[in-house]
Write a protein that binds this ligand. Structure first.
Ligand SMILES: *Cc1c(COP(=O)(O)O)cnc(C)c1O
Length: 383
């Protein structure tokens, strides 16, 4: 059976070109980047070259990029690191539709005595910068709003929020995992102080990511030891992973220009055709959304049964986010935009990527209405 992958927001395959540049760093240039012999220097140089490629796609200085084990760690480091480094300010603000690694870090800080405020979003998932302005207090340390949401693909007004935060002297962190490589992400234009990215969401390997830290932002490291990454994150570097991440960024920066319009075209074809199915809604904003994201709710059905049926027909998709698909709790993102729990459970996320073809989209459009109809016939929820 043909396999169709429409879950690029969960992870992406490693691009062959990325894999190729990584391979020598496993068994030829395998040096420890901290050592001064030539194998160590080779590794070190490869790391620094990669740092420049990551910095380049974000328009930052390469000395402001710190490699981590992925965006979960970057987000933990941004929130907890800023909190631990803060002497007086004890209040943080995060949006209610953040990825769990931001939300749970914030909740954990709350359990340790920090004050936490959750930013609401509108029916399409967008944060109102006026709410940010209103919620900032004298003791606010940091605001965290994601660049784009991993479930409903909505793009947030980060540069407007950035202006407010700059004016008030509050750090702004943005989880830009889903945006980097798909839409322009420029730390200067956005006015962010901290920004997280992950390699495996843009055709690089899993287990590597980065945190951008603006100069003079105080971050207490979470991992102590050999003082790697200028003391920000001790631990022997994942050289091959970092090399892959850098190359993935270099390729994405170039190919974004052609990929973005192609994806928008396929995305909008999916959206307009799927909305022809009765009792179906699009979650998120129709245009302020990632070029590769679609998210629907079908009344009267369970997302999980839908995923299994689609998998039977060779289509890999997702309901809610990958991280929440192990629990049957409805997605906090869909609840935050006002869906009833039963409608939030009947959701389907189809995310496209570098190798999605028009034929694949057509196949999904062909089978999906039948699958939805079949499930509704069986559903006790349907009248
Ligand atoms: C995938 C994802 C993460 C987690 O990144 P990892 O590198 O897998 O730890 C964080 N935030 C968002 C928005 C994501 O999509």
């Amino acid at each position: 059976m043909k396999r169709i992958y429409m879950d690029y927001a969960a992870t992406t395959p490693v691009d062959d070109r990325v894999l190729k540049v990584m391979l020598p760093y496993f068994n030829e240039s395998y040096g420890n980047a901290s050592e001064i012999h030539s194998l160590g220097l080779e590794a070190k140089e490869a790391m620094e070259e990669s740092r420049e490629k990551v910095a380049d796609i974000l328009n930052s200085g390469s000395d402001r990029i710190f490699f981590t084990s992925g965006a979960t760690e970057s987000n933990n480091l941004a929130l907890k690191g800023a909190a631990f480094a803060s002497k007086k300010k004890r209040h943080i603000i995060v949006s209610s539709i953040e990825h769990h690694c931001v939300l749970d870090s914030a909740m954990w800080l709350k359990s340790r005595g920090f004050d936490l405020s959750l930013l609401p979003v509108d029916k399409q998932g967008i944060v109102d910068p006026a709410d940010v302005k209103r919620m900032i207090r004298d003791d606010t340390l940091l605001v965290s709003v994601m660049h784009s949401n991993n479930e409903i693909g909505v793009l947030e007004p980060i540069s407007e929020i950035g202006e407010i935060c700059q004016e008030k002297g509050v750090y702004l962190h943005s989880d830009a995992v889903q945006s980097v490589g798909k839409v322009p992400v420029d730390v200067e234009k956005l006015g962010v102080d901290l920004l997280s990215a992950s390699s495996h969401k843009l055709y690089g390997p899993k287990g590597v990511g980065a945190l951008y830290v603006r100069e003079d932002v105080n971050i207490e490291p979470l991992s102590h030891g050999g003082g790697h990454e200028h003391g920000m994150r001790s631990g022997t570097e994942n050289v091959a992973g970092v090399v892959g991440f850098g190359e993935a960024c270099r390729i994405a920066k170039v190919e974004m220009l052609v990929e973005e319009p192609k994806l928008i075209n396929l995305r909008d074809r999916l959206i307009s055709r799927i909305l022809e199915i009765k009792d179906t809604r699009l979650n998120g904003h129709p245009t302020k959304r990632l070029p590769n994201n679609t998210n629907f709710s079908f009344k009267y059905i369970e997302g999980e049964s839908l995923l299994l049926k689609l998998d039977d027909k060779g289509v890999a998709a997702s309901s809610g986010s990958a991280c929440s698909s192990t629990s049957s709790d409805p997605s906090h993102v869909l609840l935050a935009i006002g869906l009833k729990p039963e409608d939030a459970r009947g959701s389907l996320r189809l995310t496209l990527g570098r190798w999605t073809s028009r034929e694949e989209v057509n196949y999904v459009l062909e089978i999906l209405p039948e699958v939805v109809e079949e499930l509704r016939l069986l559903s006790p929820l349907a009248k």
